[in-house]
Write a protein that binds this ligand. Structure first.
Ligand code: GUN
Length: 287
């Protein structure tokens, strides 16, 4: 039976670390980090995510500013708000919850967030910095996965790492972070010829495709670290990952559950990025 990686516990310890640093920032520099969260329309899942982000800010001691805009908001109106927030000294981080309504081009919005306030690390400048390995912000989900792998005590150096999924938000940056830690990285996707054979080689397997239960136990190497980024809602209403937990947890050495694995980490890493942004925007040198 695999060891379960407890995302809630790891996330709690990251948030506690940030809470301490936030208190020191306040004491030493009288600075309270501020995060602006924009939500357009009333997608129920987005509403839950935004509420959780605000709660996390409260927990660590950051100010959060919510901008809830109606579905009909135009691209120009949203750009005007972003421009205002880019120039607002109270705001260190700007997060525009995705997906946006279809009439708004997400890339245009992302490209207009100041790179120093881009706590999602979606702006091309920050994406490029990740590629080079000289970055301030890491995209929250891959950064959370790295924390979960670190929590197992397993060293990535020289390991076979297989990432299933090539999205800009998870798969591609995930692969870069594993590469920076000297893993031997393979990226699989929908056109990969033999997914089972690729996965079976992996010492560290990260599934981020959004296909419920795609990865079965017989595709996993004995003792592997298996990280499931999938968050799929079944017709029954139940949440399920990209990994078939029941069969996989007999083979893997370590495995993340869904829910309670990667999910809680994403918000913790957002808090980390907001703290980093506050230090950059307020010219505070790292201690
Ligand atoms: N929607 C789902 N996940 C995310 C995320 O990490 N950032 C933003 N901005 N929107 C999301």
């Amino acid at each position: 039976m695999s060891k379960i990686i407890d995302g809630k516990a790891v996330s709690q310890s990251v948030k506690d670390r940030i809470k301490e640093k936030a208190a020191r920032l306040k004491e030493k520099y009288n600075v309270t980090a501020g995060l602006a969260v924009i939500i357009v329309g009333d997608d129920p899942a987005s509403r839950i995510y935004v509420n959780n982000k605000k709660k996390a800010c409260e927990y660590v001691g950051f100010d959060s500013y919510e901008y809830a805009l109606p579905e009909e908001t135009t691209e120009n109106e949203l750009l005007e708000l972003i421009n205002k927030l880019n120039n607002d000294e109270r705001i260190d981080g700007i997060l525009c919850q995705l997906p946006l309504p279809k009439h708004i081009d997400e890339n245009v919005i992302i490209n207009n967030i100041s790179p120093n306030k881009d706590v999602d690390a979606f702006h091309p400048v920050n994406v490029g910095k990740i590629m080079i390995g000289d970055y301030n912000f890491l995209p929250c989900t891959p950064a959370g996965v790295m924390e979960l792998i670190a929590s197992t005590g397993i060293d990535i150096k020289g390991k076979e790492c297989v990432v299933v999924g090539r999205s800009n938000i998870v798969g591609k940056p995930m692969s870069m972070l594993l590469l920076h830690k000297s893993g031997t990285v393979t990226i699989c996707h929908s056109k990969t010829k033999d997914l089972k054979a690729e996965c079976k080689r992996a010492d560290i397997l990260v599934a981020a495709v959004g296909v419920p239960n795609l990865i079965k136990g017989d595709m996993i190497k004995e003792g592997a670290v298996v990280i499931d980024v999938g968050m799929n809602r079944l017709d029954s209403g139940k949440l399920c990952g990209d990994v078939e937990f029941e069969s996989a947890s007999n083979i893997a050495g370590y495995i993340t559950p869904v829910p309670g694995g990667v999910g809680p980490m994403t918000i913790a890493m957002l808090m980390q990025n907001t703290l980093t942004a506050a230090m950059i925007n307020r010219n505070i040198v790292k201690e």
